[in-house]
Design a protein around this ligand. Structure first.
Ligand code: SAM
Length: 203
């Protein structure tokens, strides 16, 4: 296990079940767990052990999923269930159980976010990082903006290539990320450092 601090982001290389007990001061968990589409070794089973510690740390948890993980996510949060934020992909399609799918869901559990809409549209643009299932940046930006406020600390305990972290940097949130695979951890470090550099150049 190791950690790197890059400005207002702290990134951990390790298993979230080992890292989470060390964390304090988290306002929201916004995360995209593997949900069994078998695109990679870690993607075979929907993980469950992470949820109770995440909920205890933050109060508010948002689990991002497509159709295939929705049932498992709702079952996992049980009585903590609050709502689903749905997001329509305006220029992309994935394969779903009844054909093509063009939406993402974020299952909300625990503490309620500020009042506001529970649906938005997004477009996919720009290069995707070298990861088997990155979330589109525009989606993460809108979701982080909807669920949190400036200055909050957001945890993504299945960080992947760090898309949640990049959105947090651009929206002036603090970020804590945990990723188990070195290759994706390194990509997240690079992307989050680059986002901070861009912000400095823009000032
Ligand atoms: C669906 S991907 C997240 C992709 C991310 N949203 C992005 O935009 O790149 C899930 C990630 O969780 C990581 N992972 C799986 N089990 C983990 C664990 N126990 N602790 C930390 N990371 C884990 C995988 O290596 C993978 O990169």
């Amino acid at each position: 296990m190791e950690s790197v601090t890059i400005g207002n982001a702290t990134l951990w290389l390790g298993d979230n079940r080992e890292v989470m007990p060390l964390l304090t001061g988290i306002d929201a968990v916004i995360t995209d767990p593997p949900y069994g589409c078998n695109k990679a070794e870690w993607d075979g089973n929907f993980p469950v052990e992470w949820y109770a510690p995440a909920r205890d740390k933050a109060g508010m948890v948002a689990i991002i999923t497509g159709s295939s993980g929705l049932k498992d996510s709702v079952r996992l949060v049980g009585e903590d269930f609050v709502d689903v934020i749905s997001a329509r992909n305006m220029n992309g399609m994935t394969r779903g159980p009844i054909g093509f799918g063009n939406w993402l869901a974020a299952v909300l559990a625990g503490k309620k976010p500020a009042q506001g809409p529970n649906a938005f549209d997004f477009c996919v643009s720009g290069d995707m990082p070298d990861h088997p299932s990155p979330k589109p940046y525009e989606y993460m930006h809108k979701l982080v903006a909807r669920l949190t406020k400036k200055g909050d600390t957001v945890l993504d305990c299945f960080m992947g290539s760090g898309t949640t972290g990049v959105a947090c940097m651009n929206l002036d949130r603090h970020f804590v990320g945990i990723e188990i695979e070195r290759k994706f951890f390194d990509i997240a470090c690079e992307r989050i450092a680059a986002a901070q550099q861009q912000l400095k150049l823009a000032l």
